[in-house]
Design a protein around this ligand. Structure first.
Ligand code: ZN
Ligand code: ZN
Ligand code: ZN
Length: 499
């Protein structure tokens, strides 16, 4: 209940964050489509520089490099540097230009468009379907952040484009965009080796040997799973804790770190995130169980087996999944915990009057010793009663074990844990003019005592014609041009960065 309330907004924010670029793509104005020339029409080139922002030498160098890349068959990269695209959204423009120019080989869909919009201070990469595995969106984003944004902020678009292209080529060649991983393949060297006649296949192997980054989808799934795991742990391990809300922040901290690392410029890769996301809650659970063990020794040492059992069971309630998620430390712990519970509950008591061991009665035998209300509790499984009986002197000992997961509440009239939800009674239905109200009913299954709590429902509203901003939807991706016969198409893959 609480945990659900807690979970949903966080999920919503996360999803919202991740789909924002797609939703923005819904609007456009497309004068730029005709103003920016297709580099292919500029005599088999790869750079469209309509406002002369890049120096002529840079354009020539890029053309040489990108032609070699294109002829190798690995990828076709077009670079566009525009002063302005008016009011259009850069991501939309990148998708539109990509599909208009049909960048890349029609069968491999290996096109990539790098778009810089100077007045909006925005860089976008648009990748064809065929490149999305080799150059996932998160890699696009990191290349922009690490190699392009610093130069763009320093007012050096030439340097930004050269660095960005070089990083993309490293990524395509070795599966890593980082300089250390492929220090040989820089822009200059590419030219030299191409001139020296080495084969393109060596420079751009068809498939990268290993991808150091998890795909975006996997990272997202891990993030969601971590969020659910963390909020469940928080909810289950902080019952009755005086600083519960503060603890929620502590347990969300690792999740924040994961999000931060995901959107940050680099260094951390997906596998490291996975390990952190897994180890932190495991360590937290381990510390929690240790604290429970200490509390048992310090505060329950002199108390009855029944009190110890009840505390332990409550402290472990809802955590039965833990040994499956963290088998390494917890399978052993959990088995010992079960043994401990069993010993606390089932070790025979010795009779207080004659000291002989007593016998625990079976469920059918014990009814004779239970009150009617206790029998109802047994039937509802809200409380289990153990009856210990001394066969020598007929002494009996009764112990009650409430189920920590039960929905039954103690009845204020008869005090048995037999008060259960009995549905809603609507007194006045809500209309367009006024809200409604009614009673939430609870009824004791033993004595019949009823309790009502008033609830209200809000006035009905007619859906307005404006519609919610959400309904514009994330279905605006440009995959429709798949059917084009003479060029690549993009499903809206890629990433963008502001500077
Ligand atoms: Zn029983
Ligand atoms: Zn006895
Ligand atoms: Zn009652």
């Amino acid at each position: 209940m609480l945990s659900v309330l807690f979970r949903v907004p966080a999920l919503f924010i996360l999803l919202n964050l991740l789909t924002a670029p797609l939703r923005l793509a819904a609007q456009s104005s497309d004068a730029y489509l005709t103003r920016i020339p297709d580099p292919k029409r500029l005599g088999e080139t790869y750079v469209s520089n309509p406002d002369g922002i890049l120096a002529a030498a840079t354009v020539a160098e890029l053309n040489t490099t990108l032609r070699a890349l294109d002829q190798s068959g690995r990828a076709h990269i077009d670079v566009v540097v525009a002063q302005s695209i008016g009011e259009a959204v850069p991501k939309t423009a990148a998708t539109a230009l990509f599909n208009r120019w049909k960048i890349g080989d029609p069968t491999k869909n290996n096109g990539l468009l790098m778009l810089l919009v100077m007045d909006q201070r925005r860089v976008e990469f648009e990748t064809g379907y065929g490149l999305e595995a080799d150059v996932p969106d998160v890699v696009c984003y990191r290349i922009q952040q690490r190699y392009m944004v610093p130069a763009l902020r320093a007012g050096q678009p030439d340097e930004a484009v050269r660095q960005g292209v070089a990083a993309l080529i490293r990524q395509l060649g070795t599966g890593s965009f980082e300089e250390e991983a492929a220090s040989g393949v820089t822009l200059g060297l590419t030219e030299d080796t191409a001139e020296a006649g080495s084969t393109d296949a060596e420079l751009y192997p068809e498939a990268p040997t290993s991808s150091p980054l998890l795909p975006v989808f996997g990272t997202l799934l891990i993030g969601l799973a971590a969020l659910v795991l963390y909020s469940t742990l928080w909810y289950r391990t902080t019952q009755g804790h005086p600083h519960r809300e503060a603890l929620a922040l502590v347990i969300l901290l690792p999740f924040g770190l994961i999000l931060l690392a995901f959107f940050s410029t680099g260094g951390l890769n997906g596998w490291l995130l996975l390990v952190v996301a897994y180890l932190l809650p495991g360590a937290y659970l381990w510390a929690y169980f240790r604290r429970v063990g200490r509390t048992l020794i310090q505060q329950y040492a002199g108390r009855s087996r029944h009190a110890q059992y009840t505390y332990l069971r409550q402290a472990h309630h809802g955590l039965g999944f833990a040994p499956y998620v963290f088998p390494l430390p917890l399978v052993w712990y959990w088995a010992r915990h079960q043994q401990q519970l069993q010993a606390l509950r089932e070790t025979p008591y010795s009779c207080p009057s004659c000291s002989r061991p007593m016998r625990r009665l079976g469920e059918d035998e014990e009814d004779a010793f239970l009150q009617a209300g206790e029998q109802v509790e047994e039937k509802l499984r809200s409380v289990d009663h153990d009856v210990w009986h001394c066969d020598a002197c007929q002494h009996t000992l009764k112990l009650n074990y409430p189920d920590p997961g039960t929905e039954a509440q103690p009845c204020p009239a008869c005090h048995y844990r037999t008060l259960l939800d009995a549905g809603r009674q609507v007194v006045t239905h809500a209309t367009y003019e006024a809200g409604g109200w009614g009673w939430d009913m609870t009824r004791c299954r033993h004595c019949g005592h009823e309790q009502k709590t008033r609830f209200t429902t809000p006035r009905l509203t007619r859906s307005s014609s404006g519609g919610s901003s959400f309904s514009s939807g994330s279905s605006s991706s440009s995959g429709g041009s798949w059917s084009s016969s003479s060029g690549g198409s993009s499903g809206g893959g890629g990433a963008g960065s502001s500077w």
